[in-house]
Design a protein around this ligand. Structure first.
Ligand code: NAD
Length: 363
């Protein structure tokens, strides 16, 4: 099965395709490369993915008669920084890369963000292709052209908007994900269900056991449905200026802070899951609604074997570090809260009020 999600952006004469397929691993990529003109090709990946997929990637390129260089990066969020970005620049330099060169990121969100960042800055912009290998990146991180790195312990604070030429999501890559990393991706699917899409939410509920067991048959709907929703938001608000795309950050402001305060031992998706519960509780304290929504959200997250709290989370630290979040403007913090399920809102409050509310919310 091959599915195509097409992203059309109004601001630029730009359009790219997200191809979701379950055929041979790099088949579509090889066909695409055969039709493109380029001077140099660079595969950017990390040691874990290369160990798992290097032989198959090498064999596909060899069979297609396509020459390439490999830039191998260390694994993990701890390396999503300017030093690693420089490592990619250093790998490009000896090959006299020009604007006809292409970077191909084959990996999850960490390498994907850095490949995009390097592509957007090297020679003021060269083309890049994303081949996505984690659930989180297939349903979220790679759609919409965000790139970047962490800096001074602040997540994704340095970055650009730069759209890839093409994005491939092959669900076969998901079969080798550890249960923990896979489930962290499911948290973002739950987020789409909460802020937007009923049928996706029902799918996650109905196929709970299959999804938890990483059954391949349950995945195309998850990847396709989520990609479609993310695409709709990005098309309406490419650079997060109107507030529409900001709604996708539901759970993220707290999530980023939890990631930081646990020195990234909590995975992004896990932290977003907990962040959604906190945001729902704040919505209740503010009387945005009086229903049992926080408990419902907590139950759905718990049922997917995801954490619902962090040990010893320091509220003072939470409120202090949240000030550094790039979503805070002019002393106000913009939080994504809920009026109800599928009714997210941008809610602005000053830091004093925010601190007070945090004290009232049970975290
Ligand atoms: N705003 C956005 O668009 C957005 C949204 C979500 C996440 N992100 C960013 O994405 C990053 C998280 O992405 P991620 O969860 O993909 O993390 P990741 O890239 O670190 O991948 C998680 C782990 O899975 C391994 N891995 C990758 N593919 C594999 C495969 N097929 N089989 C086995 N192991 C595999 C990686 O080596 C790594 O150890 C974060 O840096 C986050 O900031 C951005």
């Amino acid at each position: 099965m091959n599915r195509l999600v097409r992203l059309k952006l109004r601001s630029a004469e730009y359009r790219y395709d997200i191809r979701i397929n379950d055929e041979r691993l790099l088949h579509s990529l090889m066909i695409e490369l055969a039709s493109l003109r380029y001077s140099n090709l660079f595969i950017v990946t990390n040691t874990v993915v290369w160990k798992l997929y290097g032989p198959r990637i090498t064999a596909s390129f060899k069979k297609a008669g396509i020459a390439y260089h490999v830039v191998l990066l260390p694994d993990g969020e701890a390396y999503k920084n300017l030093k690693t970005v420089q490592k990619i620049y250093d790998a490009l330099l000896p090959y006299h890369v020009d604007r006809r060169s292409i970077l191909i990121g084959i990996d999850g969100g960490v390498v994907g963000y850095m490949t995009g960042f390097d592509a957007s800055t090297y020679m003021r912009g060269i083309r890049y292709i994303q081949v996505l290998t984690t659930l989180l990146v297939q349903i979220d991180a790679a759609i919409g052209g965000k790139t970047g790195v962490d800096y001074a312990l602040v997540k994704n604070i340095v970055g650009t908007f730069y759209q890839p030429l093409i994005v491939y999501s092959n669900i076969h890559f998901l079969e080798t994900l550890s249960h923990r990393i896979y489930r962290a991706g499911i948290a973002e699917v739950i987020k789409y269900g909460i802020i937007q899409e009923k049928s996706l939410f029902s799918h996650v509920q109905k196929h709970r056991a299959g999804i938890l067991a990483q059954t391949p048959q349950t995945m195309p709907k998850i990847v396709y449905g989520s990609s479609r929703i993310k695409t709709e938001f990005v098309e309406k608000d490419e650079k997060e200026t109107s507030g529409i795309r900001m709604l996708l950050n539901f759970g993220h402001t707290f999530g980023h802070t939890i990631e930081r305060s646990t020195q990234y031992r909590t995975l992004h998706g896990e932290a977003v899951g907990i962040g959604m519960i906190i945001a729902a509780r704040i919505s209740c304290v503010l009387d945005l609604y009086k229903k049992d929504v926080p408990q419902k959200i907590e139950q759905v997250i718990r049922d997917r074997a995801l954490p619902v709290s962090v040990n010893n989370l320091d509220i003072q630290h939470l409120s202090k570090s949240i000030n550094y979040d790039k979503k805070g403007k002019a002393g106000k913090i913009a939080l994504i809260l809920l009026k109800d399920i599928r009714m997210p809102v941008v809610y602005k409050m000053d830091k004093k009020m925010f601190k007070k509310i945090l004290m009232e919310v049970k975290i």
